[in-house]
Design a protein around this ligand. Structure first.
Ligand SMILES: Cc1ncc(COP(=O)(O)O)c(C=O)c1O
Length: 388
């Protein structure tokens, strides 16, 4: 067997995104024990940095070992008990996944659905909350990676409070790329993933829980059905007692700390503005090439992930294949109702930079061949990139 030698791809799919060189360096630092004073310091620093990026004062703010789905599962299994009513917004794959996870916890799930590609109207949540008895939890995906929709949170958060329900938000593709505003939006449980706007490999899932969510967790009637994701025990290891629960993934925790330091150095608002500006440049370029975004309303477009409609005459899989083989560029195909109909183009974390936009548009023009005017996309994108 040969030594593994993967190519340097430009990762412009729905995640993972490219890893920052400083994060790669952190990954290769020597391993210490999971109770070593140096590692305990890393843990404390990561908790502080995570609070900044989640925009929260929540004490229980930690990375869960595992990918974004581990964070999703952690949030549900710790507060939902059999028979609890939960209301979940569904407008794409990840809303559906939340329903599946909640059902596995024995919850009575009420879906609030809209067609894929649209945001959910808070009035629909209100209608679901008004009927059907006490709702323990309201859940929604802020950044639907399957559709490219950015879900506004404020009104849903206010409704959850009014009806005395916990508010859970999936921020896997938003954290670091868009404001999540955990405290300002009244979010009680929130989870993310390291491989999107945090410029890290996949492997950790940052989560944060409000005091109210923690008190719900502490007053459970039944044991959390997952031993590995039981926050009661995990919080002890991440808290003052440091009681061993499972061996923390040391290198990934180094990586996350470095990635969060990068965001702190850039400044969160600057980081959000970068994601927004480079998406605008990408869309200007695509539109100049005759391609249209799936999400009409620019305010509802998710800056880290753009979905674009595929023209009828284009063989979408062949284009993705050529982008990868000839230009080392990965983009994503459509999921669910968008399969074969849309591409998903990510500009997340370290990938969100002018070079990515220009390289991608130039490569796409080559792949689409005579169907587009030469260099039209590059010119349009350049105008947005030059804006200060
Ligand atoms: C919005 C959203 N939620 C949850 C997940 C699940 O994360 P993971 O694949 O890291 O387990 C993803 C992954 O793409 C996602 O985009």
């Amino acid at each position: 067997m040969n030594e593994l030698n993967p190519p340097e791809r430009l990762l412009m799919g729905p995640g993972p995104s490219n890893v920052h060189p400083r994060v790669y360096k952190a990954l290769s630092a020597p391993i210490v024990g999971h109770l070593d004073p140096i590692f305990l310091e890393v843990m404390e620093q990561s908790k502080t940095l995570l609070r900044e990026v989640f925009e929260t004062e929540n004490e229980l703010t930690i990375p869960i070992s595992g990918t974004g789905s581990a964070g999703m599962e952690t949030c549900f299994v710790n507060v939902v008990e059999p028979g609890d009513r939960v209301v979940i917004g569904v407008n794409g794959v990840f809303g559906q996944r939340m329903c599946d996870v909640a059902e596995r916890c024995g919850a009575e799930v009420e879906r609030v659905e809209v067609p894929w590609g649209q945001a959910i109207d808070p009035a629909q949540f209100e209608a679901a909350l008004k009927t059907g008895g006490k709702t323990k939890l309201v859940a929604v995906v802020q950044a639907e990676t399957s559709t490219g929709v950015l879900q506004p949170l404020q009104e849903i958060g206010a409704l959850a409070r009014e009806y005395d329900s916990l508010f859970l938000v999936d921020a896997v593709t938003s954290l670091g790329g868009v404001s999540v505003g955990v405290d300002a939006m009244g979010i009680d449980l929130c989870y993310s993933g390291t491989q999107k706007c945090l410029s890290c490999p996949p492997g950790l899932s940052p989560i944060t829980l409000s005091d109210q969510a923690v008190s719900v967790l502490q007053s459970r009637q039944s044991k959390v059905q997952s031993w590995y994701l039981d926050l009661g025990m995990i919080a002890q290891y991440w808290g003052e007692t440091r009681v061993y629960h499972h061996t923390a993934p040391i290198s990934m925790n180094y990586a996350l700390r470095e990635a969060l330091r990068l965001i702190q150095e850039e400044g969160l608002p600057a980081c959000w503005a970068r994601h927004r500006q480079y998406q605008e440049a990408l869309i200007a370029g695509l539109q100049a090439m005759g391609l249209e975004p799936v999400v009409d309303d620019s305010k509802l477009r998710l800056p880290p992930l753009t979905t674009v409609k595929i023209p009828d005459h284009v063989d979408e899989a062949a284009v993705r294949k050529q982008l990868l083989a000839q230009f080392d560029i990965e983009i994503g195909g459509g999921l669910g109702v968008f399969q074969g109909k849309a591409w998903r183009i990510g500009l997340m974390g370290h990938t969100s930079k002018p070079k990515s936009v220009i390289q991608f548009l130039a490569a796409l023009e080559t792949c689409l061949g005579s169907s587009t005017e030469r260099a039209s996309g590059l010119t349009a994108a350049q105008q947005v990139l030059e804006r200060t």
